[in-house]
Ligand binder design. Structure first.
Ligand SMILES: Cc1cc2nc3c(=O)[nH]c(=O)nc-3n(C[C@H](O)[C@H](O)[C@H](O)COP(=O)(O)OP(=O)(O)OC[C@H]3O[C@@H](n4cnc5c(N)ncnc54)[C@H](O)[C@@H]3O)c2cc1C
Length: 582
């Protein structure tokens, strides 16, 4: 092995989803060629998971019609089951409208009202129709718009399909990161004055999920390995309407446009659980209602997969409206379930959809250590960050908003920092060689268990023991299983493909190690939280307990196999917690 070559930029961005691209655009449009930028993505830049975002992006546009910053902030805080940090929520809500206008100027084809003004649709938990949308392909158009904008500038490089393996932190400072270039199989050191981690969530630790296969929590696992705290990882969002049996998302826009949920008796059962908001209650509430119906025998069962479900009925919307507002939903239902929603209801059940937790940051998306000190030069944006806006339950359409706002903030601060710092400091040569060793140890092993087998067992454990309803003994059993799988992967994880070029088998193995690290944190954080709040609902502790648990979980690595938990107060600036009714 020849040793590690290095690449240098002022700012390196890991991730080219909405958050990563927005950060890159901000740096370029404000600082031009004064700041060189590298954008790394393990998939082709435009194949980042964000292109899958369907339904919309929340922002206050029409105050004259009754919406307000205060209403958006309140909806978000109430939706979070009061675990959101309210100062960050206010910041996002106030910056969001400008982001929408910028996208408009950069060419996004927002859907329109008949009078030509930008249209907005209903989303769960929002008390005003405030989700801007581009049909039901919002994420795709946002990505395309940001990418087109970025192409106007020079002084940035893209590293498509490069796989970042670890970030390096020394003396409380970012000191470069490592990436595997699949074209030559070598590990490269990226030296930079500042880095932005925009690697998205970790939904693929579940099997029944809406996430792209690439969303394996790599950034979170790297932060964890580097000794940074992961915040509130017990809170995983289950979106009510995952298509059965694939788990592909049927966007909340379908209910926003008027779709109903029905049980096997033909009842709109949400009347029993959220009489005012009905199908447009927040996702945690709708998902629990669906699972209660199923568990009490009012669901259906798919004969092939064995998955139980209820129905989403769009028939009353009519073909024209479905074609105009929900074309992708019709196509998805037809292609993946053989069902035309114009004629038949769609089988759906709750599906893993969003990682509320993430890398611990302050209000301005600066990565923090467990003492709350900024890791100099390191920023986080988008779903990878826990700033925390979504608390225990995210409202639909607020994620892409956060991606845009956090990308902008992180981009601006990273560029300013890079301009202040004289040179990028890297790690020692020994550290770099150790990284190569860490990666290629997996390839050198002669026999063992293929990572896909371990990954499958992990996903089964998460699907069954850390789903919509949880319980202590079952979770403890799940945690033991994950510890064993983690040991097995480290001891005998086997990469069959021994080649250096485009060794995707090796990448699958590293992803599996990452998923196991993240799952360990989810399980330990979930077991410790002995209350029910937002998406974390426990049969053995069915009540929210503000006196003991109105606090954020911070999980850091402890030795090889354990996690040490500490807690931090929620920042409450405006609203004290109350009972959540919809
Ligand atoms: C099907 C679906 C529909 C959704 N619809 C909506 C919606 O309508 N509205 C809304 O607000 N939210 C929606 N969401 C949520 C939203 O799409 C995501 O939270 C958001 O797109 C995340 O964007 P991101 O930029 O943080 O990360 P991502 O878009 O996930 O991008 C992550 C990037 O990191 C890169 N990366 C990751 N690991 C590595 C590594 N090891 N090395 C190199 N690169 C790496 C990836 O290649 C990628 O470029 C939806 C989610 C799903 C699953």
């Amino acid at each position: 092995m020849s040793g590690v070559e290095s690449v240098e930029h002022d700012v390196v961005i890991v991730g080219s989803g909405i958050a990563g691209l927005r950060a890159a655009v901000e740096i370029k449009r404000v600082y031009g060629e004064k700041v060189s930028v590298g954008v790394i993505s393990k998939v082709q830049l435009m194949r980042s998971h964000s292109v899958a975002a369907e339904g919309g992006t929340a922002a206050v546009l029409y105050r004259e019609e009754g919406d307000s910053f205060s209403l958006h902030a309140w909806d978000t805080v109430k939706g979070s089951d009061f675990l959101a940090d309210q100062d960050v929520v206010w910041l996002m809500v106030k910056l969001a409208p400008e982001e929408m206008r910028l996208l408009e100027h950069w060419g996004i084809p927002w859907s329109r009202r008949p009078d030509g003004r930008i249209a907005q649709r209903a989303f769960g938990g929002h008390s005003f129709n405030r989700a801007l949308y581009a049909a039901d392909k919002t994420g795709f158009y946002e990505m395309q718009t940001l990418y087109n904008k970025l192409l106007e500038y020079d002084g940035w490089e893209r590293y498509d399909e490069w796989f970042v393996t670890n970030i390096n932190i020394e003396e409380g400072e970012f000191r470069g990161l490592y990436a595997l270039n699949p074209r030559d199989g070598n590990i490269y050191l990226f030296k930079a004055k500042a880095a932005i981690i925009a690697t998205g969530g970790a939904g693929r630790i579940y099997n029944f999920t809406t996430y792209s296969h690439s969303v394996t929590g790599d950034g979170l696992a790297m932060a964890f390995r580097a000794g940074l705290p992961l915040k509130d990882m017990e809170f995983v969002q289950f979106h009510p309407t995952g298509l059965v049996p694939s788990g592909i998302l049927i966007s909340e826009a379908a209910r926003g446009e008027g779709g109903y949920l029905l049980n096997s008796k033909g009842e709109r059962f949400m009347a029993r659980y959220a009489p005012q908001r009905m199908e447009l209650a927040p996702r945690d509430i709708v998902s629990r209602a669906m699972m209660t119906e199923i568990m009490e025998g009012r669901g259906f069962k798919d004969p092939v997969s064995g998955l139980e479900y209820v129905l989403l009925d769009l028939r009353h919307l009519g073909e024209d409206k479905i074609n105009e507002k929900l074309p992708a939903i019709r196509e998805i239902a037809l292609k993946h379930a053989g069902i035309d929603p114009v004629e038949e209801p769609i089988p759906v059940r709750p599906v893993a959809h969003y990682t509320m937790g993430g890398i611990h940051t302050d209000t301005y998306y600066r990565a923090l250590d467990v003492e709350g000190r900024w890791i100099k030069g390191l920023f986080v944006a988008g779903e990878a960050a826990a700033a925390s806006i979504h608390g225990a339950n995210r409202l639909g359409s607020n994620s892409t908003t956060e991606c845009l706002v956090s990308g902008r903030i992180a981009g601006m601060l990273a560029a300013e920092y890079a301009l202040r710092v004289k040179e990028a400091r890297g790690p020692s040569r020994e550290r770099s060689l150790a990284e190569e060793d860490w990666v290629y140890k997996l390839v050198r092993r002669e026999s063992g268990t293929p990572s896909y087998q371990i990954r499958r067992e992990l996903q089964e454990t998460m699907d069954t023991r850390f789903y919509v309803f949880r319980e202590g003994d079952s979770m403890r059993g799940g945690a033991l299983k994950i510890i064993k799988l983690r040991e097995a992967m480290r001891r005998e994880g086997y990469v069959e493909d021994k080649s250096r070029v485009y060794n995707t088998d090796l990448i699958l193995a590293i992803e599996t190690l990452n998923m196991l690290d993240v799952a360990l944190v989810v399980t330990k954080s979930a077991i410790a939280r002995t209350e029910s709040r937002g998406a974390h609902y426990r049969f053995d502790y069915p009540r929210r307990d503000d006196s003991s648990w109105l606090k954020h979980t911070l999980a850091i690595r402890y030795g090889e196999d354990d996690v040490s938990l500490s807690y931090e107060p929620v920042r409450i600036t405006t609203w004290k917690p109350t009972e959540r009714k919809y």
